[in-house]
Design a binder for this molecule. Structure first.
Ligand code: GAR
Length: 203
């Protein structure tokens, strides 16, 4: 079976990218191949992780390019150059326009660190999500992998996993538990599921 070409879009530390590359290396992702990592931040540690794994990297910096349109045009150019068929947002902190997302229906995955529809949408990203969960006093949180459409965190849900909140949690401690117990498992799983569907259509 021909593998699906995958691009991973990142902005920060890249632990979810690492989970994806590890899953490809040990065969939990076998229907897709990570061809390209695009970072919206020049110094992101995710870029080092990709280089260490021998994956091609690119930086697309909105402030340097000057507009959302130019930013998305550059991402589109890279995706087409590398014949990318599946886009995985793994800690990508930029919102993509409807013009962009409508070009890839059911071809963009995102991992979000809560049980959607809780603590999601515009303004809810990274540590902020866990801060809000702790403020609210929820006893259970988790992670969600969903398809991306024009509504921030609003696309079809593929996988979710619950994680317990514990007494004394800080946002950092809770973030780490949600990553370890949910995100790093769900994102590779959803990527394999989706890459497999795309690969089967190519047969
Ligand atoms: C992850 O917790 C991811 O779910 C979250 O940012 C973190 C990135 O960590 N994404 C969002 O909040 C998107 N709305 P990483 O760079 O180590 O993968």
């Amino acid at each position: 079976m021909l593998k699906t070409n995958v691009a991973v879009l990142v902005s920060g530390g890249g632990t979810n990218l690492q989970a994806l590359m590890d899953a490809e290396r040990d065969g939990r992702i076998q229907s897709g191949t990570i061809k390209l990592v695009i970072s919206s931040q020049p110094g992101a540690y995710a870029l080092t992780r990709a280089e260490n794994a021998g994956v091609r990297t690119a930086v697309v910096h909105k402030a340097t390019l000057g507009s959302q349109e130019a930013f998305e045009a550059e991402i589109l150019r890279l995706l087409s150059e590398h014949q990318i068929e599946l886009i995985v947002l793994a800690g990508f902190m930029s919102i993509l326009s409807a013009d962009f997302t409508s070009r890839f229906p059911n071809r963009i995955l995102n991992v979000h660190p809560s049980l959607i529809p809780a603590f999601c949408g515009k303004g809810y990203y990274g540590l902020k999500v866990h801060e809000e969960a702790l403020k609210k006093g929820v006893k259970v949180t988790g992670a969600t992998v969903h398809f991306v459409n024009e509504i921030p965190d609003g696309g079809e849900i593929l996988l979710q996993k619950a994680v317990e909140v514990q007494d004394g949690d800080t946002p950092e401690i809770l973030q780490r538990r949600v990553m370890e117990q949910a995100e790093w498992l769900l994102l590779p799983q959803a990527t394999e599921m989706t890459a497999k569907k795309i690969a089967m259509k190519k047969e």
